[in-house]
Ligand binder design. Sequence first.
Ligand code: MGD
Ligand code: MGD
Ligand code: SF4
Ligand code: MO
Length: 706
Amino acid sequence: MPGERGGKGWLRSICCYCGTGCGILAQARDGVVTKVKGDPDHPVNRGRLCAKGALLPAIFESEDRLLRPAIRESKGGALAPASWDEAIDRVAGAIRSAVEQHGPHSVMLYGSGQFHTEDYYLFGKLAKGYIGTNNQDTNSRLCMASTVAAYNLAFGSDSPPASFADIEQANTFLILGANIEACHPILFDRIKARKRRGGDDVRVIVVDPRRTRTAEIADLYLPVKPGTDVALLQSLLFEVRLAGGLDEAFIAEHTNSWDEVAASLAGWSAERAADLTGLAAQEIVDAARIIASNGPVLTLWTMGASQSTSGVDKNLALINLSLATGNIGRPGAGPFSLTGQPNAMGGREAGGLAPTLPGHRLVADAQDRADVEAAWGVAPGSIASLPGVTASEMVEALERGELKVVWVAATNPVASLPNSERVRAAFAKAELVVVQDAYHPTETGELADVLLPAAQWSERTGTMTNSERRICLLEAVGEAPGEALPDWQIISRVAAALGYAEAFSYGDVEEIFAEYREFTRGQDLDITGVSYELLRASSSGVQWPLPEGGRELPRLFEGAAFATPDGRARFHVPTYREPDDALTEGYPLSLVTGRVKDQWHTMTRTGSVPKLNKSEVEPVVEIHPADARPLGIRNGRPLRVSSRRGSFQARARVDRTVRPGTVWAPFHWGALHHVGGPVNAVTNEAFDPRSKQPELKFAAVRVEPL
Ligand SMILES: Nc1nc2c(c(=O)[nH]1)N[C@H]1C(S)=C(S)[C@@H](COP(=O)(O)OP(=O)(O)OC[C@H]3O[C@@H](n4cnc5c(=O)[nH]c(N)nc54)[C@H](O)[C@@H]3O)O[C@H]1N2
Ligand SMILES: Nc1nc2c(c(=O)[nH]1)N[C@H]1C(S)=C(S)[C@@H](COP(=O)(O)OP(=O)(O)OC[C@H]3O[C@@H](n4cnc5c(=O)[nH]c(N)nc54)[C@H](O)[C@@H]3O)O[C@H]1N2
Ligand code: SF4
Ligand SMILES: [Mo]
């Protein structure tokens, strides 16, 4: 059997949760996965899995599986079971009439980092190539957009330079706004092992307003005030320079615009940054000295940096620090943004974001459009040059009545976008909401006019790319239940019903991969040397690029050849700005939101796994005793959190995990999982002007006991 490992029907896959991308061996009985184990041959996890991965078979026991299509005949009516033909006709009919009456930009396709790369590619081909709108985005907008923008600005391409293998060679870890213990547990194990083996040579610096379990392994923990990282990072660079930590030769030979950044450091002494960041000046100096003297430095970051109205600036400041110290393109070093979802990277590759086309191309580039049009066989000019609506702009476009049909697949925006009541109201205004999901009910599915049942992990074949550019094949191990279909087949059927059968007829998913692969030829992410056959034969997948006849590159920029016209990386001056939501007497506290180790996002899968629901049974709001006491808030008692947009209720956890002035809450429990309402009722939809990534990490709130 293809992909079979170790005999007896163990098939190879990848865990469908975080961007670590752990290798899994899975076995099915009667078409359902009943056993999984970590793949001992997979280089990422060497046989280990965290609890979420190890408990994957339990997700198939959920009673909430969406098994057949359903249609709501009229707004306000009930959803009634329908055949696939009826459901597809309804979707295609609505798209056709919206395009006829209002033009192609009245349609939006919203996908997900939980798609396979082939699904993304097909969604984009349909939207951008055939319907003729760039209104196709992914939930990676909420996750990776600031990093994509910053990598492109600095390197000329969206190319994460480092590999997980650099963990074992790094001497200093700068971990900023990342709770790796909870969100990338197997990577955390690797960092801990490096620290154990390296002894005093290894230093860990953690920057986070919350003293997470990740911070527990820190030699230096910096409880930064939320949103002030740019001030800290400018100051770190200032102090690194003072400590003699610049790599002058690297700056001179391989970068541009250092002088502007050097000039921008004036005034960013540790004393000044201490005021803004709430840190002690000495802590900043200490961190800078470690970075200056204890290389190689591996910088790891995620949402604490990116989900911000200064997300791009934070990312650029992190990259500047690596470039200025020569910590890039060599073992153990690099500015390395970890991806959150299992295939956030695949969407970046295949053109899943509104401004992009397959193979790191851009809709704004006339040559890129022409190349893609030619490859798809559509008339010149078919791909619009207008930028598409992003996920962050979708709500306003719905409110203005510009979007008539919204097709949501593998994401749950009513629960995961900021200011959820506004999102709900906006979706209710659409003429047709299509929700393609593996489960029902979900917060978004409740607003659907058409529900399309999707096959999920292990029920379909395809590829995903993890944080370190590693492409792996996920085999179909079991079968989809009921009438559920793989996402790519659903997309193909809608395309066929729209009259594009010829361009969307694929015998199997591998044909889609082969078509997509051609778009990478000659690009920085060239994978023309990759095939399903190769992926099936290898126990480790492939780290791009792997051009035909070439070799894969675990570490990029080793010769410091960047994808800019002159081959040099570019420094950019980051600007320090306050978060969008102002703290006032009425809203004096900063709410930071995040994740817990045993839940995944909006809980459609993990929420029904009993063993995962033991560690955190309900959402809490962490608050420092100094804030709780004057408000009369007691540990374990209910409280209300209100912002300028809305409120939710949860229990208080009074402890010293968060810094005074800051409260923290997990965002997993949406309206269907918690009577107190969703955390996203209060979060802010303001976004970074360059990346359009929303500021999910900062809301000015008031807290009161109930
Ligand atoms: N268990 C679990 N793992 C997951 C997921 C999950 O749902 N559950 N989701 C996956 C996905 S899609 C993603 S994107 C990743 C997210 O992974 P992470 O980004 O690591 O997770 P978060 O908890 O959202 O946020 C990380 C930290 O940012 C800190 N933070 C908030 N504001 C600031 C700030 O202004 N500055 C700094 N320096 N830090 C700040 C928070 O206190 C928090 O500890 O996790 C992935 N892994
Ligand atoms: N307050 C706050 N909000 C946040 C964040 C935060 O840190 N704070 N983080 C943001 C980030 S980084 C992210 S990535 C988002 C995540 O937010 P979402 O993407 O909305 O969350 P999920 O629960 O992962 O939604 C995935 C949906 O796809 C379904 N699904 C699973 N597998 C398949 C499949 O194979 N096919 C199909 N069609 N459906 C499938 C699931 O049942 C689920 O309904 O949340 C964002 N929202
Ligand atoms: S670390 Fe991430 S990829 Fe690995 S088993 Fe856990 S959730 Fe899955
Ligand atoms: Mo994410």
